[in-house]
Ligand binder design. Structure first.
Ligand code: ASP
Length: 427
């Protein structure tokens, strides 16, 4: 059975089973155990997989020209789609006004003064590395210690180092250079094999993760926030099923349907893990094996995308900040809305691809427009489900960017081939 069907069935079964499971029961602990093992295995492969694939493909990119061109295209695509996503969210939240009930700010109704101890503990969890400050997020792009960056999962710093390492390794001449390049190619190949092995367990791991989430959160908590929930869901859907497919069709000249089918296992995995970093190994597999993008393009564009390009996150941050501002009765003039858009764009670039990372970014936005941080407590209620959805959109957008850029680099076979060609090229 195809991987995406296996994963889909696992998710449906998990929802059924999850509803019947009592939180903190023995079965719940088993889901937790299996889910954590699976996530650990994914996290284990990320650093060596990404480093070796970036290093070995950078070394092959010999011309300064093609590198600069690839970099520019990547940045242009990522900034543009994130901005489009934010604008969709902004438009919808201005229409649906989730923070206003019967013409009045809904602050009291929503009981905005939620337990601040809980808020504080969540923040310390998601933050992990104290990256509250916007500037700080970017300063970390150049790591002072690459081992520390690797152990803390700071992907941006690692990517930066790997790009440099690969670039200069390509310039080492003679036998030394050859041995080095051969070595890194071998490491990259080994990591691909390990990743394939880990991904064999994807349906089981995903089953456990979803069953655990469903049994822990249930569905009742969402009611008071339905308008907000639907505003985010509809905006995400517009972006993923209209804007990105239009870009695929008219800029990339590929079939959006084929792209959705090719990337569906990665999107389902993103949905289950709520982490674009943890999904990256599978995204890499899908983009090469199922969509047929070359390793050279995929290993430059995708890891960067998983770290800096978060359309769903940017959109969510904007809608959430607007929602809270409406609920507090804040005057939402042009300056405030512009600030929200700008900070949402910047923080979506800087936050890590881990669950609930947006909450940290939203505190930065709330600070920037002068609102108290307590409101984060309210967002916690719907955060998990929206996190799952926005992470799928994040991953899909990275994949669309990779395909569009690959096509523009002359990879005419992308999404337009029989599977044997894909196997050969993608590898
Ligand atoms: N969970 C998201 C991701 O990994 C980030 C976020 O929006 O919280 O892509």
């Amino acid at each position: 059975m195809k991987l995406h069907w296996q994963i889909l069935i696992a998710i449906l079964l998990a929802i059924l089973v999850g509803i019947m499971t009592v939180p903190e029961s023995a079965i719940y602990e088993i889901y937790d155990f299996i889910g954590t093992m699976f996530l650990n295995a994914l996290k284990m492969v990320i650093v060596p997989l990404i480093m070796s694939s970036i290093i070995s493909s950078m070394a092959g990119l010999n011309h300064g020209d093609s590198l600069g061109r690839l970099g520019l295209k990547t940045m242009a695509y990522y900034t543009m789609t994130s901005l489009l996503a934010i604008l969709i969210g902004l438009t919808l939240v201005n229409i649906t006004l989730p923070g206003i009930i019967d013409g009045q700010p809904a602050g009291d109704l929503l009981n905005l003064n939620t337990n601040s101890a809980e808020v504080a503990s969540t923040l310390s969890q998601v933050e992990g590395r104290g990256s509250k400050d916007l500037v700080e997020i970017f300063v970390r792009m150049i790591p002072t210690n690459i081992v520390e960056a690797a152990s803390e999962g700071q992907m941006l710093g690692l990517i930066f180092f790997s790009l440099l390492f690969g670039f200069f390794m390509g310039r080492v001449e003679g036998r030394r250079g050859e041995v080095l390049r051969d070595f890194w190619k071998g490491v990259a190949k080994t990591m691909v094999l390990i990743t394939q092995f880990v991904l064999k367990f994807a349906p089981l791991g995903i089953f456990a993760l979803i069953a655990k989430t469903v049994s822990a959160t249930g569905f009742n908590a969402f009611e008071p926030m339905l308008v907000f929930l639907f505003t985010v869901i509809i905006s995400l859907a517009l972006h993923a099923f209209i804007v990105l497919p239009l870009l695929l069709k008219f800029v990339g000249r590929v079939s959006p349907i084929k792209q959705i089918v090719a990337m569906s296992p990665a999107m389902l995995m993103a949905f289950s893990t709520a982490s674009s970093s943890a999904t990256l190994p599978l995204t890499m597999q899908c983009i090469q094996k199922r969509a047929g993008v070359s390793r050279k393009t995929a290993s430059f564009v995708l890891p960067l995308g998983a770290t800096v390009n978060m359309d769903g996150t940017a959109l969510y941050e904007c809608v959430a900040a607007m929602f809270i501002a409406q609920a507090y009765g804040l005057e939402l003039g042009f300056i405030t809305q512009f600030t929200i858009v700008l900070v949402a764009l910047l923080t979506s670039i800087g936050v890590a691809g881990i669950p609930a990372a947006s909450l940290v970014a939203i505190t930065v936005i709330l600070g920037a427009i002068g609102l108290p941080l307590e409101a984060i407590g309210l967002l916690l209620v719907t955060d998990r489900i929206l996190d799952m959805l926005r992470t799928s959109v994040n991953v899909f957008s990275d994949a669309c960017g990779t395909v569009i850029i690959a096509k523009s680099e002359g990879e005419s076979w992308v999404l337009n081939q029989d599977s044997e060609v894909v196997e050969a090229v993608g590898d």
